[in-house]
Design a protein around this ligand. Structure first.
Ligand SMILES: Nc1ncnc2c1ncn2[C@@H]1O[C@H](COP(=O)(O)OP(=O)(O)OP(=O)(O)O)[C@@H](O)[C@H]1O
Ligand SMILES: [Mg+2]
Length: 228
């Protein structure tokens, strides 16, 4: 079954003061099967974050259609979009957006306040242990290293066991060991919970662990050979 279908997505930004608008996405078409793992690579500024935001319904395309689980996102009102985001999608943002006044454990549990899942605290403990943060449960983001914050953001995105995980450079500020560990966690969740992965990354290691690799260049997606 297709979990995600993008058809001819265009995105134009009307930049303030700019003479011409920039067209970042120029006809992106993508089909992702339920349970698949996909890496998206491409140069800085090519529109990878823009594309993830559109898929996650945080931004709207200028034209084109996004179907998630057969539902057309452009046909949903804000309330249903919020429900879809909270129940079906996990986000790891490039800038991780942790709440500075909350502890690690509280940050991780925020999404469960909306979706209300049983066993959330146990899952939080298990996932935080899995990424090596058991000793940091009551730290605040300001007391964590960049890589530790990034791992908290990943756990928060996974706490509601989303159908689809959208991750923007999840290993961006991690060293080799932490990055390997996180890549393994993502692959495990993909296998064990059937989480569909859409991961933007500059890491050839992480990209190589996904089922497919796509490159965003000149506004469209091109399938790359993945030597997995
Ligand atoms: N809100 C916005 N208004 C105007 N232009 C924008 C906006 N957001 C992004 N852009 C432009 O769109 C282009 C693509 O940005 P995007 O953040 O999607 O790139 P990216 O591929 O994620 O890059 P990176 O690898 O550096 O994160 C950039 O040239 C950027 O300046
Ligand atoms: Mg980006």
């Amino acid at each position: 079954m297709m979990l995600l279908q993008l058809t001819d997505i265009h995105k134009r930004y009307e930049s303030p003061g700019a003479v011409a608008a920039t067209e970042v996405l120029k006809g992106v078409t993508l089909r992702v099967k339920d349970g698949e793992s996909v890496a998206i690579v491409g140069p800085s500024g090519s529109g990878k974050s823009t594309l993830l935001n559109i898929i996650g319904s945080l931004d709207k395309p200028t034209s084109g259609r996004v179907l998630l689980n057969g539902q057309d996102l452009s046909q949903q009102d804000e309330k249903s979009l919020a429900a879809i985001r909270s129940r079906q999608i996990g986000f790891v943002f490039q800038l991780h957006h942790l709440l500075p006044q909350c502890t690690v454990l509280e940050n991780v549990l925020v999404p469960t306040l909306v979706a209300g899942r049983d066993g959330a605290a146990e899952r939080a403990d298990r996932l935080l242990e899995r990424v090596g943060l058991s000793g940091r449960l009551s730290y605040r983001p300001g007391q964590l290293s960049g890589g530790e914050r990034q791992r908290v953001a990943v756990v928060r995105a996974l706490i509601n066991a989303p159908k689809l995980l959208l991750a923007d450079e999840p290993t961006g500020s991690l060293d080799q060991a932490a990055s390997d560990n996180l890549a393994e966690l993502l692959v495990e969740l993909n296998h064990e919970e059937g989480t569909t992965l859409l991961v933007v990354t500059h890491s050839t290691d992480l990209a190589g662990r996904m089922d497919r690799m796509l490159e965003l260049t000149d506004g469209s997606l091109v399938e790359k050979d993945n030597l997995k």
